[in-house]
Design a protein around this ligand. Sequence first.
Ligand SMILES: [Cu+2]
Length: 251
Amino acid sequence: MWRLLAATVGFLTQQASAHGGAANYTVGDIWYPGYDPYAGSWQDTDPTIPQRKWITNEPIFETTNHSLACNFPGTPARASIPFPAGSNISAMYNTWVHTVGPMIAWMTHCTNDDCATFDPVASNADWFKIGEKGLLEGDILTGSWFQKEFSRWDGSPSVWTERVPESLRPGAYLIRHEIVSLHSEHRPQFYPECLQVRVTGQGNAFPGKEYMAKIPGVWSMDQPEINMNPYDPETGSKTEYKIPGPPVWTG
Ligand SMILES: [Cu+2]
């Protein structure tokens, strides 16, 4: 009896902490560290960390929460990744346990071309999508979401790769990786992290208004794709899922 109870409690504890986020990154062959939410505030002044600060891998539940932009507290990092436009950005996650919902990679230009002083919420920043991954095959409840398929269970990192358009105007930007998990009935979970980059290249393009969204703002409990119950037979059996928000800007 006690043994059974202990095993059950262990299982529940593991479930409760079974969240995560973008742990580190690669651009080409170069690896960059993330901010480890559990390693302490010495990282705040570490000149080698380009990811903005976050202090818990718990999800954000509210579509209006300011922390949706760059997690909490989302304060600037000391480093920015040198980033040739046209390159891939890969975000690495430790074993990801959720299986339902989309993943979206966003960018925003830092005001005054300076990410060190940039607050995307106070600046009412415009964000644009550079890539997104949703339902690849099958139905909403049991099908192959990228979120399900990208997770490696052997201890190796789960990798999510998107490309930054080659035509993007150089400058200081945030790249925001966001996983939206929809496995709880009408209780979406948001897992965002922001990375500071300095884009280089010959490009001169910048997305127009039709590609832009506010964060928070882009998600709403009025959207059936966000406020969803995948266990509802009618919803769960659908084989199409349209990721809300503006179209992806491909340059
Ligand atoms: Cu979780």
